[in-house]
Ligand binder design. Structure first.
Ligand SMILES: [Zn+2]
Length: 289
């Protein structure tokens, strides 16, 4: 099944629902960063949560989420847009903690700290809101962010299944948001349905499409708005890295050239390496002068 997201209005238009299957893009992230299971699950959930949040924005707007915490994961970053593209990386790719039922134990990996959400709406400055990590399971932490920082009561569920060989087998999730004026009985009904809902990992295993996930919550009381194809995507290029090197200044570049003769940089998000030999560094120095 391809990775895609479905957006729907539900419960008489009082609720917004986004559901996504993200297996391929999380698998891609695991391959790029050589992630062990716990690191893969942590980054996978953040990538899935991010890409769903990105779908709430407009075309050229970008959303960056930073997890800054004291756990051995050593932080995570994701960047996404409204076109269904996401990229990310994790501080420590080699974590594998199990809980007492043999599942992946994320809280131990994440620890305590903060989630920073930065919106680049391409008109003015960036907007960053910060909220405290609640459980380290990522889904609850994003739900808390929405409820506290954006004042949008939200339920977030994210999950994955990992193959015996430690590769990501399945990934996905959903975000449910209540609109202002949602009646009390609807709120109660939603809470009841969410309590009875199968875990995301089980729905994925049973081949639920995003539409089926939505239907499991709404029991048919929804209207599909649109779907969006999702992918792992990095837009880095040599010019970006040139700008980064230029920002170091002439002195620093001359020192790098003297010490190393060449510079090799790698993109954090996709691993692409960019090589600058002596002549290329000279060009940069000339550009500054
Ligand atoms: Zn890149």
């Amino acid at each position: 099944m391809k990775d895609y997201l479905t957006k729907a209005y539900a419960f008489d238009g009082r609720v917004r629902l986004y559901a996504a299957r993200t297996t391929n893009l999380v698998h891609e992230a695991q391959k790029i960063h050589q992630l062990w299971p716990t690191s893969a699950a942590a980054l996978g959930r953040l990538l899935t949560g991010s890409i769903i949040m990105g779908a709430m924005y407009k075309d050229d707007q970008e959303l960056t989420i930073r997890v800054e915490s004291n756990g051995p994961i050593e932080g995570m970053v994701t960047t996404t847009n409204a076109k269904g593209q996401v990229r990310g990386y994790v501080g420590n790719p080699k974590l594998f903690f199990k809980n007492n039922t043999g599942g992946i134990h994320l809280p131990q990996a994440i620890g305590e700290g903060k989630i920073h959400v930065t919106k680049d709406v391409k008109v003015r400055d960036y907007f960053t809101s910060t909220s405290a990590i609640q459980t380290g399971e990522i889904a609850e932490d994003l739900a808390y962010y929405f409820t506290v920082s954006e004042q949008i009561p939200s339920a977030v569920a994210l999950g994955e299944k990992i193959n015996p060989d430690n590769t990501i087998e399945l990934a996905g999730g959903f975000i449910l948001q209540r609109m202002p004026g949602c009646p009390e009985e609807t709120i109660e009904l939603i809470e009841k349905r969410l309590k009875k809902l199968k875990p995301v990992s089980q729905m994925l295993e049973e081949d639920y499409t995003p539409e089926a996930m939505i239907d499991a919550i709404t029991k048919g009381d929804h209207q599909i708005l649109h779907t969006l194809d999702l992918s792992y995507y990095c837009d880095c290029n040599k010019e970006k890295f040139e700008r980064g090197l230029l920002s170091l200044g002439k002195k620093q570049l001359e020192k790098l050239k003297h010490d190393d003769k060449e510079i090799e940089t790698a993109c954090h998000f996709c691993g692409t390496k960019y090589h600058f030999d002596e002549a290329a560094i000279d060009e940069l120095i000339k550009e500054i002068s």
